[in-house]
Design a binder for this molecule. Structure first.
Ligand SMILES: [Ca+2]
Length: 97
């Protein structure tokens, strides 16, 4: 009985530790259950380095030596929350290489 309690306690400790480490690793937006709104692209790119876009969006930025950004985070809710940061309306906010 005592052994069973120790094992149960060890399993619970492991599960709690695993849950906490996952919570720390996940961006704040998912942890809160509500998409985070960023004040500007500097702040957004600190968390999402290549920007945030709708699923299926394609970078349409125009510049010399243009190479589309394909590594942005795809999250419809997060994009909608930060849509004001999508200056060229291509479905990706704060796209950055
Ligand atoms: Ca854009």
């Amino acid at each position: 009985m005592l052994t069973h309690r120790r094992i149960t306690s060890a399993v619970l400790t492991f599960v709690l530790a695993a849950t906490m480490s996952v919570g720390i690793a996940a961006p704040a937006a998912e942890a809160a259950g509500k998409p985070r709104v960023f004040a500007n692209c500097t702040q957004l790119n600190k968390v999402y380095r290549h920007g945030v876009g709708q699923v299926g969006a394609h970078d349409k930025s125009r510049s010399k030596n243009f190479r589309p950004v394909t590594t942005f985070t795809r999250d419809d809710a997060l994009y909608q929350a930060n849509r004001a940061r999508d200056a060229d309306n291509d479905g990706i906010a704060c796209e950055k290489r």
